[in-house]
Design a protein around this ligand. Sequence first.
Ligand code: RB5
Length: 151
Amino acid sequence: MKLYIGSDHGGYNLKQKIKEVFTPMGYEFEDVGTDSTESCDYPVFASKLCEKVLAEPDGKGILVCGTGIGMSIAANKFKGIRASHCTDTFAARMTREHNNSNVLCLGERITGQDLAIDIVEIWLKTPFSNGERHLRRLDEIKAIEDRQSDK
Ligand code: RB5
């Protein structure tokens, strides 16, 4: 499975750890940057990643910053992105089953490495439930996006 991954300086070390753990499991990462812990701006990398995720029918990506919050705010500005900032495994499972989340956001300064790895694993392995009520709610989100782009 191909995945996009990106971070700012605050999420760089956790991003490296995620690639180190999941690459041997068969996941292929395209890293959109940043490439060091030198200070940079998270919206730049959220944008690069979201454009790539949206260019594929079932694209998925992981964004890491210090808190996971800035990345999720920036990513959710993109029509079609359902970015979920998760700090526990229950949220990671639910956001795949119910929200069909296509971008996972993590905070390196909030979530310890081992827990973050568990969150990624559950988020990657949990399918969307395809339930009628969840599809209806996702359609309602699409309708919000459409109303916003008319403005
Ligand atoms: C960078 O210091 C920090 O603001 C950033 O990584 C992120 O936490 C923003 O939400």
